[in-house]
Every structure is written in C-alpha cells, then in structure tokens.
Design a binder for this molecule. Sequence first.
Ligand code: AVI
Length: 318
Amino acid sequence: MATTTTIQSAFAQDVRKGFTAKNKHLSSKYFYDDAGSRIFMEIMKMPEYYPTACEFEIMLQQSAQILKQLQFTGQFNIVEFGSGDGAKTKHLLNAFTKAGAQFTYIPIDISQEAIDALQDNITAFVPGVDMQPRTGDYFDVLEELSGSAIPNLFLFMGGNIGNYSHDDAMALLLKFNAGMKPGDKLLMGIDLQKNPRIVQLAYDDPHGITKAFNMNLLQRINNELEADISLDQFDFYSNYNPKNGEVNSFLVSLKKQHFHSTVLNETFFFEKDELVWTELSKKYSFTGIESLAKEAGFKVNHNFMDCKHYFTDSLWEK
Ligand code: AVI
C-alpha cells in the first residue's frame, strides 16, 4: 500500500508539540519572522525597554576600553551572533576603527531583512569597514573560522542569553566555547537584576507593543499553518519574579475555544484562561554570571556596565 509522508517545518512540529502539551508553550525563537523583527525594533525604541539604551551607552562610551581589554595585536575578526540592525554595534566598530584596529566584521542573523538593514546602517556610519555578513546558522560560521589562527571577538549582545533556560544557555555556551581557541573573547550582553518595577514595566509596556510581539506568534500560525485563530480571543500576560530573576511571558485564552490548522490537519483546544508560555527573559546577578562563565569554561575578564548598572556587556575569555 502506498503511503504519503508530509515533511513539516520545525515551526509546524513545535506548534503541534507545544499546543498539545499539558502546559502549552511555544518558543520565543519564533517571534522573529520579518513582521516580528519589525515589532522588536519598535520595542527597542520604547523608553520602558531600558536594555537597548543601556547597551547603547556602553558601546558609545566604553568601546575604546573594550578594545584595550581584548589585548589583540594585529588583524582580528568580530563575529556577531544575531546582529539585528547594528544600531549599537556600529559605535563599537566606529571606536575600534578610530583607534586603528584592523578587523573583519562578520555579522550573522537569521533574518535577511535584518542583515540588509544592518549593511546599510554600518556602511553609512563606518565607511570602509571590512564586512562579510552571513544569513543562517551561527555554528556553520564558527566551524568555518575554527581552522584560522586569527583571533576572534564573538559578540552575543542585547541580552539574548536571558532568553535561554539554564540548560539551554549552557548547551549554547559550550558550543561557542568548542568553536573558540584559547585567547578568543566573547562579549555578551546580560541584563542585570534590579528594582522589580523597572523590569516589570519593560516587559508589560503601556503601549501594547510587547503584547503585539507575542500576538504575532498567533498571526504566524494563521499565516504559515493556515489556521483560523481569532487573535482578539487571546490576551498577553507577563510577570517578573525578583526571587529568581525570571520574566515569564504568556498568551492567555480568553474563552474555551479551538482553532484548526489545515497544514497540520489538526484542531487545538483551549480552556478559558489557559496559558501558552512564550518567553523566558532571565536577569542575572554577578555571582550568576561568574558561575555561568565558569561552568561553560570561560574566565570573566571585565564587566562593562551602563551608569545605572542595569545591564552589563560581560567580556569572557576562553
Ligand atoms: C531579544 N531579547 C533579549 C528580548 C528580551 O528582552 O528578552 C526579547 C523581548 N521580549 C520582550 N521584550 C523584548
């Protein structure tokens, strides 16, 4: 008897898995389709979303010290994981160039739209910069670079590490570590624990932009999996727990309901007030940073902080 096999995207498989689980969930990595990346740029412009302004200040004011702390002599690579629009990195590249550093900038992002915007942004601000952008998987590029004797500075900015559980963060950092040679550096943006009201407001903004960011997941299911979700039958809820430094975000079903996906050929059911967990955004203490680095095989060289001490760009060495 003939059988038909349908190959489904990772997104389709994760929606099926996450929406049939006892505690429903969908990874925040799916926020960033082109529409979601645009909403994220709006989030970064909000006054409540302090991490962007803090990291911007660090890049603008402390890049020369960062360069000194690297202790690289001669040519090196700056490899950026998840480069976004480069609004902050351009200041680092500018300061490095002015100080006479010789480097190739290799930004890697999953969104082609983000890479295109980045290229315009960087070349306008740092003319003549040697830039070799890549779209796709971080680890393919890490593997390509691993044979070379040129020192590398890896950038993992924006506080992205906060979106990983401890186990996933460790798995990622160990993979970074495995692709690095002794003396290579990792500069990682990490959001710090602080007054809980400040954190809460950043993730539950009065403009509804963070809500739209989460709702876009449902829109994406409608678009890509041919589903019939009524977006107005869902709400958004986000909560910061200062005891463990975790912001957890959720979609909330406003009534008992179901939706059908033609692509998945499946119907998904919700109780009233049922939650779909969408995101972890962890805030770290300095002891938390030290132990994370140590466990992943790194030494913390220096923490570059903004003037309010809300955020750090933590420089680690293999
Ligand atoms: C990308 N990442 C570090 C952001 C964060 O702060 O966790 C994503 C975000 N989620 C809600 N607002 C911003």
